[in-house]
Design a protein. Structure first.
Length: 264
């Protein structure tokens, strides 16, 4: 069960945690979102995210824990944080840290950035020696990339621009692209927000840091159907995910916002 939970935050949940914003607000504003992650209709995890925007600066902090039947197999809890600033329409992360414990196994990943490029990667415990079928991450692949949380922050002048982008992500091991395309706009209502939501489709493109021919990666690349719906937070012009579905080899994972509101 631990490997399934790793796949969600590192490669899939990244695809469903997108936000986008227009010009930064004059004063710092903070927000909270809460999500449930379900599989075949059963809740397997819950997460919370707190975000603060102060001009061009941003900071994000979240937590996730297994829930329901997932706890029977392997209790998983973790935290994640990132900070940085916007440069034009793109986020420029400074740092990213994630810690999680699955059963009795603990793992920590730290990524440092400089000028939009990866400058430091620390994995505890260290990554295993790659097999012969391993697709490596080239040095050039770590330029102009985002960590999984900073990848959720983009700027757009209007809603129909939210989906028109390719997001380059690196989680400390895997490097992947997520190609977004506009699908539709429609109403949504959740605690803290009632109004329009923008839905994007997403195509997962692995770049490096994975085993060639791995069935789960091949499924995500060639067969998975990913859809993400975004809604604006407050008056900031920031868009955040409120609903998403991700097709995996073992079934569809659904992420649903349960709270979506300003806290100041």
């Amino acid at each position: 069960m631990a490997s399934k939970f790793k796949a969600v935050p590192a490669a899939v949940a990244v695809a469903v945690l997108f936000t986008s914003g227009s010009a930064g607000a004059a004063a710092a504003q903070s927000f909270r979102s809460e999500y449930t992650i379900s599989f075949l209709g059963l809740t397997i995890a819950r997460s919370k995210f707190d975000s603060t925007f102060d001009g061009d600066r941003f900071s994000l902090r979240g937590s996730m824990s297994s829930a329901g039947i997932a706890q029977i197999f392997d209790d998983t809890k973790g935290t994640v944080s990132a900070s940085g600033r916007f440069s034009g329409t793109s986020p420029r992360p400074d740092d990213f840290v994630t810690n999680y414990v699955s059963g009795s196994k603990a793992k920590k990943t730290e990524i440092g950035f400089s000028g939009g490029n990866v400058s430091k990667v620390v994995n505890v415990p260290p990554l295993k020696k790659p097999d012969d079928d391993w697709v490596p991450v080239a040095k050039a692949d770590l330029r102009s990339v985002l960590d999984p949380l900073s990848a959720t922050l983009v700027r757009a002048d209007k809603p129909d621009q939210v989906c028109s982008r390719t997001v380059k992500m690196f989680d400390g091991e895997m490097r992947a692209n997520l190609v977004l395309s506009y699908v539709s706009t429609g109403p949504v209502s959740i605690p803290g927000y009632s109004g329009e939501a923008v839905t994007c489709s997403a195509r997962f493109v692995p770049v490096g840091g994975y085993r060639s021919g791995h069935k789960s990666i091949e499924y995500l690349k060639n067969r998975s159907k990913i859809a993400i719906s975004f809604a604006p937070i407050g008056t900031t012009g920031v868009y955040a995910p409120v609903y998403a579905t991700v097709g995996t080899q073992i079934g569809t994972i659904t992420i649903r916002a349960r709270k979506f509101e300003a806290v100041n």
